[in-house]
Design a protein around this ligand. Sequence first.
Ligand code: SF4
Length: 148
Amino acid sequence: MGSRYIVSACLAGVRCRYDGDAKTDPRIEGLVRAGLALPVCPEQLGGLPTPRPPAEIQGGDGHDVLAGKARVINERGEDVTAAYIRGARETLHLARLFGATEALLKGRSPSCGRDLIYDGTFQRKLRSGPGVTAACLQEAGIRLRVED
Ligand code: SF4
């Protein structure tokens, strides 16, 4: 059997992004249509509304957030760390249930980004490291791929 994927729902045309829009990728939609991919939005699964204020990780990357060493702060200065961690854990639950061995995730998101995320200054500056969900999936042995 080929790989099964967990995919960022915004790439499958779901309007779940912070700005209430999608980032549709026809290839991802095709994987979902074929029954090979399960779309999830970790930020919605974590209980955040849509639209929502953009958020960035301050003081580290997604691994640091999971380890309690960094926080996720939204543009209003509110600490949304708990929602990000909850969304990551729920996504991992669904990935395991679906039998996903790989993840196709939206780049540069504080949840889904794989190797580049915004640096917490809200100045559109990037730093290296994964988002919270990407880190959680990676720690569980799921291979990450990134889509921009
Ligand atoms: S959390 Fe992931 S799936 Fe949800 S909107 Fe952001 S990038 Fe897309």
